[in-house]
Design a protein around this ligand. Structure first.
Ligand SMILES: [Zn+2]
Length: 396
């Protein structure tokens, strides 16, 4: 069975490429998924060079200048030599190399160019971290970035954040319900409004309705009850808002299609990873009830449409329960098509897996449900004893 371990460039810089690959190949995995373009974060790294690692937005290679000539957005420079020797080290061990690429989550670019970020129903650009997938400059950047990563000679470009993202305030002492938060997170920038209008949606009505509802809750109205579903949203916010939400998938589908074609032209293949599984289960491994495949539309991800355009998908199976992992993989395959490659991304330790047996059960469940690969997230975030559960999961 195909498999890989997610690795950060800080892992390679800290321990050295050869040492990291020696360890990973000893687990029996068949590849490495390296963070070629990553977003800023501050992470506990139990066996890292420092125990707390500060990551910056950055592309960790030298982008071919011709790809970004004339574009307004270009990659934020990271550690340009971090991937040196990695492809050769993988080849020497007969391991595949995948280039993990974070596309639209980039506070550095958003702060430099606020006009390319998402804009809420009140007209505010409240999240400079989130580049809007409808903005033409963002779309050109995404296509060029995908080509640049493909040209590193990777077996696949693993796309993260190539869609809309949910609202993520650091503090909120207002009891927003899931539907209120969803409406608050919708982008109403000029480009999103235009695309929706072109599809026959009453975009301004939708925006005003969102502002009325969310504004009411911020003023003290009771929050919405229940999870976000299309039916509940129709009842709560009306058909124009639902039509507007649906129109977002056209924006994402066309962007992913352009990116997938560019990657294929460069001789690699796209693995599309939507964040729904992380939205649901990231914190504690106890995902909210709806399966990721059924709720992906909320981020503008139309898996049925993408199934015709993208060769492979990663499912973030961030859950403690093996049955849930199997259900998520099964629902994904039913959406994207049985002949598509679906890779289950598992966390081998806290908060999803408290034992080797649990990890083994999840890998087995993913495989039984039709996953063609299992990937483990992530090398630098998990203690060594946790990583040592991987061989059992692969041989079960
Ligand atoms: Zn927008």
């Amino acid at each position: 069975m195909d498999s890989s371990v997610y690795v950060f460039v800080e892992d390679l810089r800290g321990e050295g490429v050869e040492r990291v690959l020696d360890r990973i190949s000893a687990y029996g995995v068949s590849g490495v998924t390296v963070g070629a373009v990553h977003h800023a974060s501050r992470d506990v790294t139990p066996h890292g060079l420092s125990r707390l690692t500060v990551r910056h937005d950055g592309a960790h290679f030298t982008p071919p200048p011709e790809l970004f000539a004339g574009l307004r957005l270009s990659p934020v420079p990271g550690y340009p030599n971090a991937l040196d020797g990695l492809r050769e080290a993988c080849a020497k061990r007969s391991m595949k190399l995948h280039g993990w690429t974070v596309f639209l989550r980039n506070a550095t670019l958003g702060t430099e160019h606020p006009d390319v970020t998402v804009r809420d129903c009140f007209g505010d650009r409240g999240s400079l971290t989130d580049l809007c997938p409808a903005h033409p400059d963002v779309r050109e950047y995404a296509v060029a970035l995908a080509r640049a990563v493909a040209r590193l000679g990777v077996d696949s470009v693993v796309a993260e954040s190539l869609h809309f993202r949910p609202l993520k305030p650091q503090r909120s002492f207002v009891p927003l319900g899931p539907m209120d938060a969803y409406l608050f997170g919708l982008c109403f920038c000029d480009y999103c409004m235009r695309r929706a209008t072109d599809l026959g949606v009453h975009a301004e009505v939708a925006r005003d309705e969102c502002a009325r509802i969310v504004g009411g809750v911020l003023d003290g109205d009771p929050p919405a009850q229940g999870e976000v579903t299309r039916a509940a949203l129709t009842a709560y916010a009306g058909p124009d808002v639902v039509a507007y939400a649906r129109a977002r998938s056209e924006t994402v589908t066309t962007l992913v299609s352009e990116v997938a074609s560019a990657v294929a032209e460069e001789g690699s293949k796209l693995v599309f990873v939507d964040s729904t599984g992380a939205v649901k289960g990231y914190r504690d491994g106890l995902p909210t009830p709806g399966l990721a495949a059924h709720d992906a539309w909320q981020l503008g991800v139309d898996l049925v449409a993408l199934g015709d355009l993208v060769p492979a998908f990663g499912v973030l199976a961030y859950a403690r329960d093996a049955a849930r992992v199997a259900d998520d993989v099964g629902a994904y395959l039913r959406s994207v098509g049985k002949d598509r490659e679906v890779r289950a991304v598992l966390r081998p330790g806290h908060p999803d897996s408290d034992s080797t047996d649990r990890l083994v059960a999840k890998a087995r469940g993913a495989r039984a449900a039709g996953a063609l690969a299992v990937d483990f997230y992530a090398y630098g975030l998990a203690p060594h004893p946790v990583l040592e559960r991987i061989p059992a999961a692969l041989s079960s």
